[in-house]
Design a protein around this ligand. Structure first.
Ligand code: G3H
Length: 255
């Protein structure tokens, strides 16, 4: 079965009720009946989830951008997987490079992996992000870093968990920089990741798991990226806050 194209919009720490209402008005104005060939998931900040949910175009799904590592309790400022599930939000983004690398956050491979396993065990679906830093790419460590991050996650999952996971490959040097990976660079990593999953999880999971590309995706570069065989969609940051997001969604027609 072909892998359904997937487009995630990560709004990060952006937006007011006013700007979100205006964006969703633009989206609703342009979108008709849901296109069954593409899955669309947007991730507002926690505080805007309910507000966004009420105004989402038909068929679009909601995600959060993070969750607590385990069961809720005395963890000031955190939001647990159970609460997210209870709020009717199906998805969570985990392992985003900003959470892995920002000095204030510094989530380790192990922390990300525990979060992924806990979120899945509590009924959420996960966009699991991996990706190398520029210095790691320049040192020839791209595949090794992505394998290491993936291995930590895979070690905590059962084979059946993977049906609720999409992998997002986001080279850190391409995030928010305007410096997109070439379609060939993206394909090289996606192909390697899929081969790793085939050898270390199972060939059927490898055939089915969606591998998204993220990092400076725009309306201009999305069609060429989508043309690569192992690019199954995108995780979009900046451009998901603009009407341009709809052009990126439409890239699935070039698959
Ligand atoms: O989660 C999304 C990525 O960090 C990409 O962000 P960007 O499209 O602004 O480069």
């Amino acid at each position: 079965m072909p892998r359904k194209f997937f487009v995630g919009g990560n709004w990060k720490c952006n937006g007011t009720r006013e700007s979100i209402a205006s964006l969703l008005k633009d989206f609703n104005g342009a979108v008709g009946e849901p296109d069954l060939d593409v899955q669309i998931v947007v991730a507002p900040p926690f505080v805007h989830c309910d507000f966004t949910k009420e105004k989402l175009p038909k068929g679009w799904e909601l995600s959060v951008q993070n969750c607590w590592i385990g069961k809720g309790g005395a963890f000031t400022g955190e939001v647990s997987a159970e609460m997210i599930k209870d709020a009717g939000i199906p998805w969570v983004i985990l392992g985003h490079s900003e959470r892995r690398h920002l000095p204030q956050l510094k989530e380790s491979d192990e922390t990300v992996a525990v979060k992924v396993a806990y979120a899945l065990a509590n009924g959420l679906k996960v966009m699991a992000c991996i990706g190398e830093l520029l210095e790691e790419r320049e040192a020839g460590q791209t595949q090794a870093v992505n394998e290491r991050q993936l291995k930590a996650i895979a070690a905590k999952l059962k084979e059946e968990d993977w049906k609720n996971v999409v992998i997002a490959y986001e080279p850190v040097w391409a995030i928010g920089t305007g410096k997109v990976a070439t379609p060939e660079q993206a394909q090289e990593v996606h192909e390697h990741v899929r081969a790793w999953v085939a050898s270390n999880v199972s060939p059927s999971v490898a055939a089915e798991v969606r591998i998204l590309y993220g990092g400076s995706v725009t309306a201009k570069n999305c069609v060429e990226l989508a043309g690569k065989p192992d690019v199954d969609g995108f995780l979009v940051g900046g451009a998901s806050l603009k009407p341009e997001f709809l052009d990126i969604i439409a890239a699935h027609k070039h698959k």
